[in-house]
Design a protein around this ligand. Structure first.
Ligand code: CA
Length: 225
């Protein structure tokens, strides 16, 4: 397992290198964001440990740039001890997890192993189908240049349809993914929400992207633009 550590505090970087090497990882260390970005794009890593405040290019920009380049290497961001906002932003920029400094080596290794287990499940945080764009981390939906206001439940239904664009989803499938397990009502509630979504994401734009597949369920058409 090969790791990239991007950390400008030389002492911390060295201790990360030595500790992780002792645990059997192959570890490359760089002390600057620009170099980190270059290493991450020219080599293949199993995971990246990324500090935020870095000379050259900061960690948020490194992370966002990698994701924009369709690089989904798991990223564990190292945040400052009172950086609550940093942590939210870390996840928004596409980091998989964060670890607050100072951290123990045991916790660090556990987090890295957990990231490696989840590897392969990484997917773009932003869903795009035609000119419809849904950003789960920012809770934003747009059709072209227009921002669309949705309730939390409408958002969740649309997110499920968009992440399976082109496939037919049954009402029960949508219900299972969007409603709590203890929801005891009728699966026809899905119909109501699909109706709301059509009024918001299709009709004002003269589109009909959410299709009813009679007797089966619903499908979000892939080809609309
Ligand atoms: Ca730093």
């Amino acid at each position: 397992m090969r790791l990239l550590v991007v950390e400008d505090e030389v002492k911390l970087a060295r201790s990360l290198h030595d500790g992780l090497t002792a645990d059997g990882f192959a570890v490359d260390v760089v002390h600057d964001g620009t170099e980190g970005l270059w290493m991450a794009t020219t080599h293949s890593y199993d995971a990246i440990l990324l500090d935020i405040m870095l000379p050259g290019t900061n960690g948020f920009v490194v992370c966002r740039t990698l994701r924009e380049q369709d690089n989904w290497t798991p990223i564990l961001m190292l945040t400052a001890k009172d950086g609550v906002l940093d942590e939210a932003e870390a996840l928004d920029t596409g980091a998989d997890d964060y670890l607050r400094k100072p951290f123990s080596h045991v916790v660090l290794v556990a987090r890295i192993r957990s990231l490696l287990r989840r590897r392969g499940e990484a997917r773009p945080t932003v869903l795009t189908v035609g000119d419809l764009v849904l950003d789960p981390s920012r809770r934003v939906v747009r059709r072209g240049e227009s921002t669309i206001e949705l309730t939390a439940r409408e958002f969740a239904v649309l997110e499920h349809l968009m992440s399976h664009a082109g496939s037919v989803l049954s009402k029960q499938d949508i219900l299972d993914h969007v409603w709590d397990v203890d929801f005891a009502g009728d699966a026809n509630i899905v119909e109501v929400y699909v109706g709301h979504l059509r009024k918001k994401v299709d009709e004002p734009f003269g589109q009909a992207s959410i299709e009813t597949v009679r007797g089966v369920g619903y499908r979000l058409r892939e080809g609309d633009a």
